[in-house]
Design a protein around this ligand. Structure first.
Ligand code: CU
Length: 271
């Protein structure tokens, strides 16, 4: 009893405290932090779930009904019937209609995710065995992002999710993410933003998100990519515009992709 109470309390508390990462005994999705994810959650909770429940209840009812109504003791001479055209038409037609009802809103969401609005910030995520590399193509920034080992975790850093250099993006801005890989298939996925795209060597996949709240969000590689697939998490820190500008100045020096020429460095430093 105590254990059940504990689990119940953990669910209640953690759902509000840790909104941007998975928590113990979690049921359902992580809290949405973008419009795209809200669409997905609504679609699932308000359309798919009721349909699934209705179908399960209906099938269960049919099974129980058939077991009782057509039991051997009540039917000493079994029926020889094998066909019923009306029933066969119905059980083909009704599932088709259900699929159409589900397909329309589903395609709407897919298209809204696929058409990328004008991007405010473009980042490139590159999957490697087994870490992510991030590039800001317009800013001459490139850095690698490795998971922090258990022994090096600081307080508040979630195990298997925290990284050394996280992706930093401004809040309420359209972030276009170009996704590719350098060795095998990976996938860049961030549940709170409703984002998941395969990282394919030799080609670029694109997606976008617009984070609505500052905070740190966690995701994981979502394509089995080898022995350390579970140890290449994704961490995105969403910050205000000012904080982002500040971070950019620092990152342009710390993570410079091309060697900065002296005069450029002076220009950056004087800003
Ligand atoms: Cu991977």
């Amino acid at each position: 009893m105590k254990k059940i109470l504990y689990i119940f309390l953990t669910i209640l508390i953690s759902s509000s405290a840790l909104a941007n990462q998975p928590f113990d005994w979690q049921l359902g999705f992580q809290k949405a932090a973008s419009e795209s994810m809200r669409d997905i959650v609504n679609f699932h909770n308000n359309l798919l779930l009721p349909i699934i429940i209705a179908i399960s209840v209906f099938v269960l009812f049919l099974m129980v009904y058939a077991c009782i109504r057509f039991r051997a003791s009540a039917n000493p001479i079994p029926s020889k019937r094998t066909h019923n055209v009306a029933v066969e038409v119905l059980w083909t037609l009704i599932p088709c209609l259900i699929l159409i009802v589900m397909a329309v809103p589903s395609f709407k969401i897919l298209y809204s995710q696929d058409s990328i609005p004008k991007a405010d910030v473009t980042v490139k995520a590159i999957g490697y065995q087994w870490y992510w590399g991030y590039e800001y193509p317009d800013q001459n920034i490139y850095f690698d992002s490795y998971m922090i080992e258990d022994k090096d975790l600081k307080e508040n850093q979630p195990r298997l999710l925290a990284v050394d250099n996280e992706l930093v993006v401004p809040v309420n801005k359209v972030i276009k993410v170009m996704i590719t890989a350098n060795d095998v298939l990976h996938a860049w996925a961030l549940p709170s933003f409703g984002v998941k795209r395969d990282a394919v060597p030799g080609r670029i996949n694109e997606t976008w998100f617009k984070a609505e709240k500052v905070g740190t969000y966690y995701g994981q590689c979502s394509e089995l990519c080898g022995i350390k697939h579970a140890f290449m998490p994704i961490e995105v820190r969403v910050v205000t515009d000012e904080e982002y500008e500040e971070w950019l100045l620092e990152a342009k020096v710390k993570f410079a992709k091309e060697i900065i020429k002296e005069d450029q460095y002076k220009k950056l430093a004087s800003k």
